[in-house]
Design a protein around this ligand. Structure first.
Ligand SMILES: NC(=O)C1=CN([C@@H]2O[C@H](COP(=O)(O)OP(=O)(O)OC[C@H]3O[C@@H](n4cnc5c(N)ncnc54)[C@H](OP(=O)(O)O)[C@@H]3O)[C@@H](O)[C@H]2O)C=CC1
Ligand SMILES: O=C(CO)[C@H](O)[C@H](O)COP(=O)(O)O
Length: 632
């Protein structure tokens, strides 16, 4: 805890700070003592400091406060006149109690005139008074009383304060509980809340705390108002609850208790167009809204997720110190976190992330299907092969997870065989498909991944048709498939990453979001479910090119990979194996790299029956020729 006494010079910060230090036994610091010498010189000469002068000074104080807090807390006297200064002071995530010492210019100038040996001339008072922006989250303390009385007032406010946490999390499910434990592990004091369903679910937040006696600094609530009160202003509240109407309902409830300037973060998988609207709605109420994609599942949330915040930039800056502490880090030690862009940009990027995730998962399922059921490899042999791929450039979280799943046996039988072949989905994959269609982005391979999950749910019909229409299996070249598989796998992955990023590029242009593809890929190199060595490479590729297909680094690999993928698909189909994403991937690649396509026949037919017109070869004027083939 940092007790920060703010106000213009001469308002008594040092006197009150020393009194408070005696009462609390916390050390007292005067921010003036941390000014670099050039600032002190300027002030001695009556030259007001500008913002460039103050920045390094405030940053030093922010770093110091984080250390003081770790050592039990401190009292700091600091003018902190502007909101932008206070943001820098808060940037290292210390839990700060702000007390503004308020007095009239007359009273302060009288007091300053009596002071000796201070380098701040009274002439600077009016400049400070003009600069002062009073924070709405500070306790305002009149300096007209005696110093002892002021110190006692502050002590009693501190004793009665309910705001004891720096951050709040709503929803103690898989993600919320793991993020809470991650934050507590980083010494962030947090409040957690879960709804109560009487007779069904009670004391959920408290049970989490009870289950982790080793963890300190988590305060559980089942009352939303008490939860909100327990968080220091400006509050940062993260919702980890299901997408959809639940989010609007939770926001509506929160609005009864939060204050202007607070930050509400939706960390779930919400549809980005909903986040666009919520951002606008909350901005109108002076509440900062962040739509933040989070990736990593339980393990990532606990140990360091990939975070994709978008929305209010100001809100982001307030939440950033806490998010930086819990995010995963990339190979250079930077957090897998950056401000993605305005409105729902964070949720948009998470939606595309999940769409790529669908593709990655489906490709693994198709490869496994071909290896096990198409050419009869044992699970042990499949694992052996996949381990070679992982060592040979195709390393990824999902490939390793597949290896682990295919390695688990019970009574000598593969555990996977006990799982029904029905795959669920919660929205992001479908939304990516509809968004791609809306923005005119070719998306067939990732659409195929969503479709495959849909088909998986039609178990009864699949069973019926499997018996009614038994497959005609052709002869396959087993060795040839095995040789080509690794490259075919890589090629499929290059295509699905290419199309995911092509959606990011197009929507970024259409919405004028200026999304940084390299930074996005970098943010997915750790913490994320789609982290991989390929993603590391893409973070580099996108510094120079906005497409994997046009990057020189991939040219030779793509040309070779296409041949191998085509070979595997041909053989796989002969073996009777459905490979919808991999087939769509090679078709996409061929289609986008075909110079003279047969779209002229498509357009001619449209013109033939519907007078839609054709563009004539050699005529670049855009003139549409109607009835090109109907001369009657
Ligand atoms: N699981 C994952 O790997 C990931 C999930 N996400 C997203 O994060 C969000 C949370 O996911 P996850 O933790 O897995 O989900 P869980 O189902 O594990 O937890 C959901 C939480 O939301 C609460 N909740 C449910 N309905 C309501 C409601 N009507 N009002 C208030 N609270 C409610 C639940 O409370 P109660 O216990 O009372 O039902 C529970 O605390 C989702 O949007 C999800 O898509 C994002 C990244 C990864
Ligand atoms: O966001 C996630 C991982 O990144 C969640 O696990 C999400 O549930 C995955 O999407 P779906 O449920 O549609 O498979």
């Amino acid at each position: 805890m940092i007790i920060l006494l703010m106000g213009v010079s001469g308002s008594g910060k040092t006197t009150i700070g020393r009194l408070l230090s005696d009462q609390t036994s916390l050390p007292f610091y005067d921010a003036d003592d941390f000014h670099p010498s050039q600032n002190v010189e300027k002030m001695k000469n009556g030259i007001p400091l500008d913002d460039d002068d103050r920045k390094p000074w405030l940053e030093t104080l922010a770093a110091e406060m984080a250390l003081w807090e770790e050592n039990g807390g401190a009292i700091l006297a600091c003018s902190a006149l502007k909101e932008q200064y206070r943001k820098v002071l808060a940037a290292n995530g210390a839990l700060i109690y702000w007390f503004f010492l308020k007095g009239s210019a007359d009273l302060i100038s009288q007091r300053m005139a009596q002071r000796e040996g201070h380098y701040m001339p009274a002439s600077l008072l009016s400049s400070q008074m003009n600069t002062l922006e009073v924070p709405r989250y500070a306790e305002i303390i009149s300096i007209e009383q005696q110093p002892e009385k002021i110190a006692n007032d502050i002590m009693s406010k501190l004793e009665n304060t309910k705001a004891v946490s720096s951050f709040g999390i709503i929803g103690m499910g898989v993600m919320g509980s793991s993020l809470a434990l991650n934050m507590a592990d980083k010494n962030i004091k947090i409040s957690i809340y879960n709804r109560t369903l009487e007779g069904v679910e009670e004391d959920v937040a408290k049970k989490l705390v009870d289950a982790h006696p080793e963890v300190e600094g988590i305060l559980p609530f089942d009352n939303l108002e008490r939860f909100v009160e327990s968080i220091a202003q400006p509050r940062k509240i993260l919702m980890m609850i299901p997408a959809g109407a639940v989010i609007d309902q939770q926001i509506a409830r929160l609005l009864s208790f939060v204050d202007k300037g607070d930050v509400i973060i939706d960390g779930g998988n919400s549809f980005f167009e909903d986040s666009n609207k919520r951002m606008q709605y909350l901005q109108n109420q002076n509440i900062h809204f962040l739509g933040m994609g989070i990736s990593g599942g339980r393990e990532g949330a606990l140990q360091g997720p990939s975070l994709m915040p978008g929305g209010s930039k100001e809100g982001y800056e307030l939440a950033r110190p806490y998010l930086e502490k819990i995010a995963g880090v990339d190979t250079s030690g930077k957090p897998c976190l950056h401000y993605i862009g305005p409105q729902g940009a964070g949720h948009f990027v998470k939606m595309v992330h999940n769409s790529i995730e669908y593709g990655e998962i489906q490709v693994l399922a198709e490869i496994y299907s071909l290896m096990r059921f198409g050419i009869g490899m044992s699970s042990d042999k499949i694992v052996e092969r996949m381990k070679i791929w992982a060592k040979d450039g195709a390393d990824s979280y999902l490939l390793n997870a597949t290896i682990e799943i295919l390695s688990q046996k019970e009574g000598g039988e593969l555990l996977l065989d006990q799982v029904q072949d029905i795959a669920g989905q919660t929205g992001t994959g479908r939304w990516a498909v509809s968004t791609a269609a809306k923005h005119g982005v070719p998306y067939a391979p990732l659409t195929a991944a969503v479709t495959a999950r849909m088909i998986s749910t039609h178990k009864q019909r699949r069973t019926y048709l499997a018996h009614k229409l038994p497959r005609q299996i052709g002869e396959v070249q087993v060795e040839e498939i095995i040789e080509s598989l690794q490259e075919a796998y890589s090629m499929s992955r290059w295509v699905i990453h290419e199309i995911g990023f092509s959606l990011i590029k197009k929507v970024s242009e259409d919405e004028k979001w200026d999304l940084n593809m390299s930074a996005i890929a970098r943010g997915w190199t750790n913490g994320s479910i789609i982290k991989s060595s390929l993603m590391e490479g893409l973070a580099e590729v996108f510094t120079e090119s906005d497409s994997l297909f046009t990057s020189n680094a991939f040219q030779a690999r793509l040309q070779h990979g296409a041949g191998e993928l085509a070979n595997v698909i041909g053989q796989g189909l002969k073996a009777g194996i459905a490979m919808p994403v991999m087939s769509a991937a090679i078709n996409y690649y061929y289609a986008v790299s075909t110079e003279d396509s047969t779209a002229n026949l498509v357009q001619s037919l449209r013109d033939y029956f519907g007078e839609h017109g054709c563009l004539k070869v050699g005529d670049d004027t855009g003139t549409k020729h109607l009835n090109f083939f109907r001369k009657d």
